[in-house]
Ligand binder design. Sequence first.
Ligand code: FEO
Length: 399
Amino acid sequence: MQPVQLSAGVHWVGVNDRTTDLFEGIWPITREGVTYNAYLVEDEACALIDPVRASKAQQFLEKLGAVCDLSRLRYLVLNHMEQDHTSSVPLLRRLVPGLTIVCTAKARDMLESFYGVTENIRVVDEGDTLSLGETTLRFFVTPFVHWPETMMTWEPERRILFSCDGFGTFGALDGALFDDQIADLAWYEGEGLRYFANVVAKFSKPVRNAISRLGGLDMAVIAPSHGPVWRSDPARIVELYDRWCGYADGPAEPEVTLLYGSMYGFTERMMGAVAEGVSEVGVPVDVFDAGRRHPSYILPSLWSRNGVLVGAPTYEGELFPPVSHALRLAAMKRPRNRLLGIFGSYGWSGGADTDVGQIVEGLDWELVEELHFAGKPTGKQLEEGRRFGRTFGEAVTRG
Ligand code: FEO
């Protein structure tokens, strides 16, 4: 994509990344891609807001150079230090030796520990401003959206909020930058929830605090560091983020995630019966085979739904490892106040249920019911599984 003008004197100079397989080394983006959005604000002094991952620096520099001669760059605003944005900082510093980095005090410490950068840094705090000529940038310190050093940058004349990770989504851009140009915006909203559940969810409280503090701004444009720029309906992505933050303490949606694993099909048979029971009482259920689905795609469901059914065999006396892995990742994000049901097959002794309890300890999940059986479920046990599903679905409906 070419540079895109947001407003007179403000350009998107970000890049698509379609070649990284795992975001943060964990979350798959092979099919979806991601963007690192960078923005150039031009005035008497020019400021670059958040650069890009070093692996995409060539593409980024070409784009930046098409809008502005590098020698005109005076400031580099770093809203956030994670390396998906900052690993190109050493290169930029070499290319533009006089560049002043603008960041919070915590980010300054990270600049030294990540890159050995200690010179020409301007530390800013809540409400501080930076004059570029007629344009003034104002900084909001927003710790833990997503790391402790994070801030956002506000341009009051054009009413643009450069929000970095906040309000971001996974998903490369297919030629269109703005929300009103994207035909399938729902896809980015889905990738927004996946990004949130994978990367941001643990910090829901600070994100919500930031949202309420930013509520006073009359935002015309939200320009995050990942995904589309929201100019037609910026309130939409704020509303979504606020809703997703709200799931942290519950109640989440009155729906069910059924997370299961099966070695030879015994637990899978029971899963089918349980899912039938949940569906019979009209409650939506999302079924995930933990052995075949990456947790990245399971977490959005576990984050946003109130009911969690865990179906897993006992494996060497413990919870079946793929289910354990997905559940542990979900528990790291601290979703509280969910309803829990556990079922599964065992060969000679159980134990899987104890592990589930330990994984979600401290999250205030209410155990609604359990169903364990030896070996292959009998017809009677499958009927019991349908009843189990109905009872669980009804509990989720009641909240
Ligand atoms: Fe997009 Fe937390 O970095």
